[in-house]
Design a protein around this ligand. Structure first.
Ligand SMILES: *[C@@H]1O[C@H](CO)[C@@H](O)[C@H](O)[C@H]1NC(C)=O
Ligand SMILES: *[C@@H]1O[C@H](CO)[C@@H](O)[C@H](O)[C@H]1NC(C)=O
Ligand SMILES: *[C@@H]1O[C@H](CO)[C@@H](O)[C@H](O)[C@H]1NC(C)=O
Length: 182
């Protein structure tokens, strides 16, 4: 009866979760939720993917395959620029440090795990952690914000981005980040 035990587990989880919620309320830990705010950030993501100062490079692919990001298994590690605007000379406001792996056999969808590290203004030194699926050809790419640090402690939320241009060794994306945090 493996069948019935697979039903038991979620039920037990639910019961213990609701028990926890009751205890948390009773001891007054609910105050944290009331201080949450939403921050919307809009910026551009610049990547140089070739040349001497490349900020994103293909570093691992299966043996015998082309080292293109369209190849299943390809992995790129990035330290890309976050800028206020789409121009390459636009003010640098942070870096995007992380990785993209080609996780679709047909070469169309990436798994991305990226820390956005802000370096300007009130968010200097604060980070948000992004985990999500990216289909570069899609009109909009939605990814999950799974956490943060500094001003973005306890962050959750999502980002919406779209590819503006891709070619000549340069990749440009527009980003909106909707961040719920304390
Ligand atoms: C690469 O970076 C160096 C040092 O910042 C700079 O002098 C050079 O012009 C850059 N080259 C290109 C092609 O961006
Ligand atoms: C690499 O890609 C080129 C162009 O898409 C193709 O002609 C070639 O056969 C590929 N090589 C391998 C080893 O897959
Ligand atoms: C950001 O913080 C770092 C480390 O505290 C500091 O060195 C730097 O000057 C700050 N930058 C700005 C623009 O405030």
């Amino acid at each position: 009866m493996a069948y019935s035990s697979s039903f038991m587990l979620p039920l037990l989880l639910l019961l213990s979760l609701s028990l926890y919620a009751t205890i948390a309320t009773a001891t007054g830990h609910e105050h944290a939720a009331t201080k949450e705010k939403m921050t919307h950030l809009h910026f551009y993501f610049h990547e140089m993917y070739s040349g001497p100062n490349a900020t994103g490079l293909v570093v691992a692919v299966p043996p015998g395959k082309n080292s293109s990001i369209d190849t299943f298994g390809a992995l790129i590690v990035i330290d890309d620029m976050l800028r206020e605007g789409p121009e390459r000379s636009s003010k640098l406001i942070g870096r995007a440090q992380g990785l993209s792996a080609q996780a679709s056999l047909d070469g169309t969808a990436l798994l991305t795990a990226i820390n956005f590290v802000f370096t300007e203004g009130e968010y200097n030194g604060s980070t948000v952690a992004i985990l999500g699926r990216a289909v570069p050809s899609a009109p909009a790419i939605e990814r999950t914000i799974v956490g943060g640090s500094g001003r973005f402690r306890m962050a959750r939320g999502y980002t919406v981005s779209k590819v503006i241009s891709w070619g000549g060794g340069y990749f440009l994306m527009e980003f909106d980040a909707y961040i719920i945090h304390h």
